[in-house]
Design a protein. Structure first.
Length: 415
């Protein structure tokens, strides 16, 4: 069975997260997006975990569905932990995603982690726990769990981050490295960037949204063709079988907010080459630059750009449909017109991923304004221009030149 999965999201119990991140809204938006399997996120939070147990019922092995009615969405038990600790005289801040196959397993994990830190404080709890020790605890409870370093390259809070990370999986996880079967590439990197490190050939590169609102789920995702079960999904990830793990769906990495180096307060954005000229110091204020993902990858890489390792899982780069509509019409993503056009497309052509990936140009042109159809096709073909993100500032995408963009109407500017 071919399906799309997004494993890393957050609930309404995480900081800076929409109050609409509840199971009902997630179920609704998963159907709109075309996502079959969605991570629950935040299973370590007591109130959210109680909510999961009350509202979900077992479906296929290791997967769950809403008791209130089967819309087709399946939930997998996942959570993110923020490990902050000192190792080799350096403060480490690593975010780790845990995949678990059952409520019983999560109960045991939560009981053990609750002895280490306050799980009630945040949906993504901060624990003074070495990432290696977290792996030891979780895999010691149930070996079928997956331990996945989250957004592996972001400057802060990641395994390879320039500010507080490591230079290798082995340096971080020690003897548990062989049980790290995947890393999450994050919004500011894509698989081709990760392919520059031969050390990562042995792990799967997965992609998830890290969504904090329902509309953001699926902005990155994974496409499988397996039996619908926790065991089959985990097996496809572990084995990197391209017949079962078909491809990942990616942001254009330049759109991510840590792709380039820079200093947000001074509005300084620099390529790695430019940063080198300034010795990684902001030319405006003289403070250290935030070294972005592109630069950090280059530092650790042992391959040139453009190498595709044998057995690598392919990827497709997309832009969310509402962003394409807004760019095509020359309005903001929050305008009423974008919402109307979005719902119109979903009603006529099915899920967002079906529209972005599969619907023919002819069908698109018969269902929506020509400029929107053209925008979707250009994104599929990679015909976009992006001003890279840096130091927490998202990149800016242009699908059309200024002369091509439609002048926004009064209706389109309503928000």
């Amino acid at each position: 069975m071919k399906f799309i999965a997004d494993f890393h999201i957050h609930s309404k119990y995480s900081r800076a997260t929409s109050k609409d991140m509840d199971l009902e809204s997630l179920d609704k938006w998963a159907k709109i997006k075309g996502i079959k399997v969605l991570g629950t996120g935040d299973f370590t939070h007591p109130e959210w975990f109680q909510n999961l147990k009350e509202k979900l019922t077992p479906a296929e092995q290791g997967l769950f569905m809403l008791k209130s009615g089967d819309s087709g969405t399946r939930f997998m038990l996942t959570s993110e932990i923020s490990c902050i600790y000192t190792k080799k005289n350096k403060v480490r801040k690593i975010h780790i995603i845990i995949f678990a196959p059952s409520f019983e397993t999560v109960d045991k994990i939560n009981t053990r982690l609750g002895l280490i830190g306050n799980l009630k404080s945040d949906g993504r709890p901060i624990l003074g726990l070495d990432a290696k020790e977290l792996a030891k605890i979780v895999l010691g409870i149930v070996p079928d769990c997956l331990i996945v370093p989250a957004h592996a390259w972001t400057p802060w809070f990641s395994i390879f981050g320039s500010k507080s990370g490591f230079d290798s999986i082995e340096e971080c996880f020690g003897e548990y490295s062989k049980q790290i079967y995947a890393i999450e590439t994050g919004l500011s990197s894509d698989p081709s960037m990760n392919w520059r490190l031969s050390a990562l050939d042995k792990v799967a590169l997965i992609s998830n949204s890290d969504a904090h609102s329902p509309q953001k789920i699926g902005r990155e995702a994974n496409v499988f063709d397996t039996e619908l079960s926790y065991q089959s999904i985990a097996k496809a990830i572990k084995e990197k079988n391209p017949k079962e793990f078909l491809y990942t769906i990616e942001f254009f990495p330049e759109e991510g907010k840590y792709h380039y180096d820079g200093h947000r307060n001074c509005e300084i954005s620099l390529s790695p080459e430019e940063s080198k000229k300034y010795h990684n110091i902001c030319p405006t204020c003289g403070r250290p630059l935030t070294i972005g993902v592109l630069n950090r990858v280059a530092i650790l890489a042992d391959r040139k750009e453009g190498v595709t390792p044998k057995g690598a899982i392919p990827f497709k780069s997309l832009i969310p449909l509402n962003e394409i509509i807004a760019e095509s019409l020359g309005v903001t993503t929050v305008s009423k017109r974008v919402g109307i056009e979005y719902q119109n497309l979903i009603k006529k052509l099915g899920s967002e991923f079906n529209i972005l990936l599969d619907v023919s140009r002819q069908e698109l042109e018969s269902a929506v304004a020509l400029e929107i159809a053209e925008g979707i096709v250009r994104v599929r073909e990679g015909k976009v221009v992006i001003e890279p993100g840096y130091d927490g500032v998202y990149g800016k995408i242009k699908i059309f030149s200024k002369t091509e963009q439609k002048t926004p109407s009064k209706q389109g500017m309503l928000i």
